[in-house]
Design a protein around this ligand. Structure first.
Ligand code: MIC
Ligand code: SF4
Length: 643
């Protein structure tokens, strides 16, 4: 039987297990990336593992999330990461160099290689045919130390693209369509591969927009073939030697096939508060808007920015609209500055932001109360913008720029002729903001610089024989990691300080949670479907760990968060019968009387609600390896015990 693109890369990297859907496989990791908001913790964990120098082909640390330095915390964290990089063999991309996924695609990604990153949008690299997967910081730390990365062998979905996009319809509209078809949980346990004649019409940055937002499907990753278009892109980046061709075999088998005719697509928006709540722009047309933000790892390429500049040229942003633009990398920003496009944006009244995540993670530009904000980003979860009742719509750069000029939702297809945007034959190459690690012989002389905001990893304990603890929180379906561990300008700077950041844990759902959990000592959290969707932040597991959460009992989990819970030594349990969700209320005393014995046997877990006098079963699906991790009290303890 023929192989899909992802199966070929997996076959070349598998070090444990078999390529059978649903089984645990270990992969050799060629490259890693971290960003600063997850990076400090990842490097503390790497230090704790004790490997002196990274064993990957290339590891890069980016500073792009926490760049709003409202106090000493972020600057201290940057300095810490920079010193770790120098000492331990990691390339350091300085603040100002751009968003990790954009820069990695431009300068480091290679077709056919494996990449894991401590950020859920790492699959952006699938745009050049990498097997690029988002992971928790601890998984990245282990991979840097030469350890394998474990996933459940996913199913393969093919998205067959035919035809070509009409003018003003863009790659963002393709992935919004896929989200409409598959939903935010439709990709769990799957790899999404793009194929069909339509892909020949899509440049690398357009492909990367699509694989980037595959994260919102809950997919393990998304990937495009590596073809002539990939070669042209790498050549224009001065890295043609990194090219290898990659395609699926003609007789490759897919578990699911989705057909999309690009010629039939129209501009779309993901409406509040979920990336799969899709409506055509023409249905929203005419409605007043307050803000437009263009940028993020989804839509901040040179191509996107040139399109935006062409729409804004010679015009003025509408009264009552604030337009901000953050080009994705220094390369993009510098090219716009040199070719005049930046001048067009400034002249139109755009507020130019540095090349970083910025408003996408709530670092500035929160909309006004109840404000309608059109963003070219990938997530519109409630409160993520920093304004609890902000109404965030995810749109293409074309729709965003057109609407910024009119002050109302505007279908860009009404704009007349579209200006052709050519991909540059040569990008501006200047890697002066990437600092190489010190040579091996100088390593020992480098001192790690730690600020007072950096606190150690929380305390863990091996699995207890039984648990008896109260339900400290009960939440519904589709809880995101932004609910569990919010980000934004006030909280993000606390990422290396678990005791402090945990005071904000779940406060979006219940402001008394941290206090209550602390008071209870040990507790259990109960939730619905797709619990933990969204970001890869392991803080959504580490803060509950610090607050004494021993188990999370839900209807279903999102992939990365479930892995992070196991890594933190917190039991991820699912109801055997989802209706049992109704048999637990906030405050009920829950017992898992035979826990350790049942985990060791691999049987279902008995759950007793002592308050309501109810008894039912839960599942804790574990492989041999994850069972040992849970028993050890988490991946850090397990890695130390086994090295
Ligand atoms: C996000 O988009 O939510 C983030 C911020 O990039 C996260 C990582 C983090 O929380 O630091 C992600 O996507 O993994
Ligand atoms: Fe940064 Fe937003 Fe991309 Fe996350 S989704 S990496 S916050 S730009």
């Amino acid at each position: 039987m023929g192989l899909t693109i992802a199966q070929k890369i997996i076959k070349n990297h598998i070090v444990e297990g078999e390529m059978v859907v649903g089984s645990d496989i270990g992969l050799k990791i060629d490259q890693t990336l971290t960003q600063d908001a997850t990076g400090t913790m990842a490097y503390l964990e790497f230090e704790a593992i004790g490997v002196p120098r990274v064993k990957t082909e290339k590891s890069v640390a980016y500073i792009d999330h926490n760049t709003l330095q409202t106090g000493f915390e972020n600057a201290d964290d940057h300095r810490f990461i920079q010193s770790v990089c120098k000492k331990h063999g990691i390339y350091f991309s300085r603040p100002g160099n751009g968003i990790c996924h954009q820069v990695h695609l431009e300068r480091f990604g290679k077709p056919g290689k494996t990449l894991i990153g401590s950020d859920s949008h790492t699959p952006t690299g699938g745009g050049i045919g990498m097997l690029a997967i988002g992971a928790g910081g601890l998984d990245v730390a282990v991979a840097m130390g030469g350890g394998a990365y474990y996933i459940t062998m996913p199913q393969m979905v093919k998205v067959n693209l035919t035809g070509a996009l009409k003018p003003w319809v863009s790659a963002k509209d393709i992935i919004l369509k896929v989200l409409e078809v598959m939903s935010v949980k439709g990709g769990v346990g799957k790899i999404v591969e793009y194929g069909g004649d339509g892909i020949k019409t899509l440049s690398v940055p357009e492909r990367a927009t699509i694989t980037n937002m595959g994260a919102e499907l809950g997919a393990t990753t998304s990937i495009f073939p590596s073809d002539e278009i990939t070669r042209e892109f790498l050549k224009a980046q001065g890295r043609e030697e990194d090219f290898t061709e990659l395609s699926s075999d003609a007789d490759a088998e897919y578990d699911e096939i989705i057909d999309i005719n690009l010629s039939e697509l129209e501009p779309l928006a993901a409406c509040p508060h979920s990336p799969d709540n899709i409506k055509p722009i023409k249905e929203l047309a005419g409605q007043k808007i307050n803000q437009v933000c263009i940028g993020s790892c989804t839509n901040s390429s040179y191509r996107d920015m040139m399109r935006v500049a062409s729409i804004l040229r010679g015009k003025t942003v509408a009264d009552g609209v604030s337009l901000s633009i953050a080009p994705g990398s220094k390369q993009v920003l510098n090219m716009l500055a040199l070719n005049g496009a930046l001048g067009d944006m400034i002249a139109a009244g755009a507020r130019i932001l540095e090349s970083a995540c910025g408003p996408c993670i709530g670092m500035g530009q929160s909309p006004n109360s109840g404000g309608i904000s059109l963003r070219t980003f990938n997530r519109n979860f409630e409160g993520r913008s920093g304004t609890k009742d902000g109404q965030i719509y995810l749109v293409s750069p074309e729709t965003a720029a057109a609407s910024a000029l009119t002050g109302v939702f505007t279908d860009p297809t009404t704009l007349g002729d579209e200006e052709a945007i050519e991909m540059p034959e040569k990008f501006l190459i200047n890697d002066n903001m990437v600092i190489a690690p010190a040579p091996v012989e100088e390593m020992d002389s480098i001192e790690i610089q730690r600020g007072p905001n950096i606190k150690p990893y929380p305390e863990t304990s091996p699995l207890a024989d039984k648990i008896e603890a109260s339900c400290s929180l009960k939440v519904g379906d589709n809880i995101t990691t932004d609910h569990i561990m919010p980000a934004g300008a006030k909280i993000l700077p606390l990422r290396s300080n678990i005791p402090k950041i945990s005071q904000h844990c779940f406060t979006v759902c219940d402001q008394h949670f941290p206090e209550r959990a602390k008071m209870l000592g040990e507790s259990i959290v109960v939730g619905g479907e797709n619990y933990g969707q969204g970001s890869s932040r392991e803080h959504a597991a580490l803060a509950p760990l610090y607050l004494g959460v021993k188990a999370v009992l839900v209807k279903s989990f999102a992939r990365i968060h479930r892995a992070n819970l196991i890594n933190a030594g917190i039991l991820p349990l699912t109801f055997v019968n989802p209706d049992d969700y109704d048999k637990i209320n906030l405050g009920d005393l829950i017992a898992l009387p035979y826990l350790k014995e049942e985990i060791l046997k691999g049987s279902n877990i008995t759950v007793v609600n002592k308050t309501l006098d109810e008894k039912f079963e839960a599942v804790c699906e574990l492989t041999d390896r994850t069972r040992d991790i849970i028993i050890a009290g988490g991946l850090l303890d397990y890695t130390k015990e086994n090295s």
